[in-house]
Design a protein around this ligand. Structure first.
Ligand code: HAM
Length: 425
């Protein structure tokens, strides 16, 4: 136990963390392009927030939350997703008082007690955005656009945006009645889960993986929510689609798409790749802010996980470009160079160059090998002779060219990215 991490968690080790950092940088840079600002909320919240926000009947709340009682006797939960916490922060900090649309993004760990399997972890890292305030369908289009844009910038291929509208408190009850009318007489042919869904949220039956339930839906001619939208929802959805077309964001309609969280109204989508379901998804949630105690405020957002994006990227044979890990490796040839080497190292760092050395007392040859292994751009060799002359032997590890240069010129040579052919060696 002591040397084993909990199931469904991962250690992100140095060999891999470069990919994580590159992905996080793309997220930050792209969010800046769309003018989203970062928000960081607590990793745990009062359990009630998720129960009310995400919905008591969802899998997340009923089966997957890490909930515990703290020492003060309060029930708290490790966040299973980001939206509820962001909305709570929006209300608590009265961000609704702003004269402009609130556009927030986040990156951070989320926790779900799921069966660990391909693409599913118990601790995973979501990145996501939330737009709070506008009902305008252009906001939906913008969030779908950044969702797809990010995945493309990561280097993922064969992406499909599957799009649906799940209606609003006007059309949903009407649709529910129609579903109940058709399905109640044949309820015993539905799976156990769907029999429960029928009473609580019949829309979810469209999402059931059981073929028999899908067959029953077809036989009784159950109407999809898309067919049953009220006029306002229909118009909103048409406008979302027109904006997506104008922005060159491709999508396909999927009138069976129902997302696994209760807060969605109107637009809902998922981004899929062949052989794998969701690499990101989101939707509009017009009732959530009021549900957690704020003023009626529409919202729309999406989230994806870094784990899943990296997994798909790897499986598609891609990788994110990474910068060289080190500018200068300082090799210490003998005892007399120890102190000058430390002076040089710190000088390089203060000039903004990434620099390191060996501390295990290795011989010069082994230190040069380390420089290669560390993928350093240069190796600066310091021995008694160099110290006596106030110089450094600088080797360009990409070209193999080696030159003795004045110690104070090392920064200049490395920064300008090259040294002339070894005239002094
Ligand atoms: P979600 O569909 O539950 O939505 O999760 C969004 C994404 O998180 C999924 O598409 C998937 O990429 C990733 N994900 C979910 N569970 C796991 C897991 N166990 N392991 C790895 N990755 C996972 C939400 O969470 C909503 N808050 C999205 C949203 C934001 N809607 C509006 N605003």
């Amino acid at each position: 136990m002591l040397t084993q991490r909990p199931r469904g968690t991962a250690d992100i080790l140095p060999g891999e963390s470069g990919q994580w950092q590159a992905m996080e940088q793309i997220i930050r840079d792209t969010c800046a392009l769309y003018h989203f600002e970062e928000v960081r909320t607590p990793v745990f919240e009062h359990t009630e927030l998720f129960a009310r926000g995400v919905g008591e009947t969802t899998d997340i709340v009923s089966k997957e939350m890490y909930t515990f009682t703290d020492r003060g006797g309060r029930s708290v939960t490790l966040r299973p997703e980001g939206t509820a916490g962001v909305v709570r922060a929006f209300v608590e900090n009265k961000l609704y008082g702003q004269p402009h649309t609130v556009k927030l993004y986040y990156i951070g760990p989320m926790f779900r007690y799921e069966k660990p399997q391909r693409g599913r972890w118990r601790q995973f890292h979501q990145y996501g955005v939330e737009v709070l305030g506008p009902e305008h369908p252009a906001a939906d289009a913008e969030v779908i656009a950044i969702n797809l844009d990010l995945l493309r910038r990561f280097g993922l291929r064969d992406l499909t945006v599957e799009l649906n509208s799940v209606g609003c408190p006007v059309c949903r009850p009407r649709h529910r009645e129609q579903m109940l009318e058709r399905l109640r007489p044949v309820a015993d042919r539905l799976c156990g889960d769907c029999q429960q869904r029928l009473e609580r949220n019949p829309l979810r039956i469209f999402d059931c993986k059981n073929d028999r339930c899908q067959q029953v839906l077809a036989e009784v001619g159950a109407p999809t929510i898309l067919e049953s939208l009220c006029d306002d929802c229909r118009r909103h959805f048409e406008q979302v689609r027109a904006f997506l077309d104008a922005m060159d964001v491709p999508y396909v309609l999927n009138d069976r798409l129902v997302r696994g969280l209760d807060y969605y109204t109107r637009t809902a989508w998922e981004v899929t790749v062949p052989g794998f379901s969701s690499v990101g998804g989101g939707g509009r949630y017009n009732g959530l802010v009021a549900e957690v105690g704020g003023p009626e405020t529409p919202g729309v957002g999406f989230a994806g996980s870094i784990e899943r994006a990296l997994m798909v990227l790897r499986e598609q044979g891609g990788a994110l470009p990474q910068a060289a890990r080190l500018d200068v490796w300082v090799a210490v040839a003998d005892e007399a160079a120890e102190v000058p080497a430390m002076r040089l190292l710190q000088r390089l760092r203060s000039e903004g160059l990434r620099a390191d050395r060996d501390y295990l007392g290795k011989g010069l040859k082994a230190q040069l090998k380390s420089a290669d292994r560390m993928q350093a751009a240069y190796c600066a060799i310091l021995g008694a002779d160099e110290v006596a002359r106030g110089t450094v032997t600088l080797k360009d590890l990409r070209t193999g060219v080696q030159t003795e240069v004045p110690a104070e010129a090392v920064v200049h040579h490395v920064s300008k990215g090259g040294i002339e052919d070894g005239s002094t060696t």
